[in-house]
Design a protein around this ligand. Sequence first.
Ligand code: ZN
Length: 212
Amino acid sequence: MSSEIKKLIAGNAAFRKKFFNTTTIFDELVAFGQRPKIMIISCSDSRVDPAMVFDAQPGELFVVRNVANLVPPCEQSGKYHGTSAALEFAVRFLQVEHIIILGHSYCGGIQALIDNAELLDKNSDNFIAQWMQLARPAYDKMNEEHASLTEQEKNTRCEQYALANSLENLMSFSWIAERVEQQKLQLHAWYFELSTGLIANYEKTNNTWNEL
Ligand SMILES: [Zn+2]
């Protein structure tokens, strides 16, 4: 058995010791089900684990992770919409009160978008390139307005524009727009800075990012 797998098994033993030795939070979560108030859409990046970033307990966060934390627009193509299915479950069944899209610096997905922007092809069998088409408007905006920026600044702009774009895509789902209008649901775009651990919130009204 590889040392990586052994480490996982030891980790699970430590987890069970912490959570299953006595009456714990899991007894309630099993008996009554999960009732998280918050959904988080974050990147698959191994450095951006929402439960860890927010020091959250089991049952607190309903999480979907994908490459570059992108939200697709509402589409009825009959294909396999994993992120949209998670959104539907969180909003219509769990009735979460907040959806937070958690972007981050040094995002590999956004880097792939910048490196391959001219090569992106909708008919490609390259799944990453096709998926990153969702963030193409962010790349185009960055490219038009900020061609003189440094490489790192280009990445930051792209990461943040993609978050704003995903925030708009959330509103294309009728059951999200409805609940936002009824003030039952709030949408947030947050940007996690990997080098400091700090988080900035996107203020849509004046288009700024402010530290929480
Ligand atoms: Zn990422």
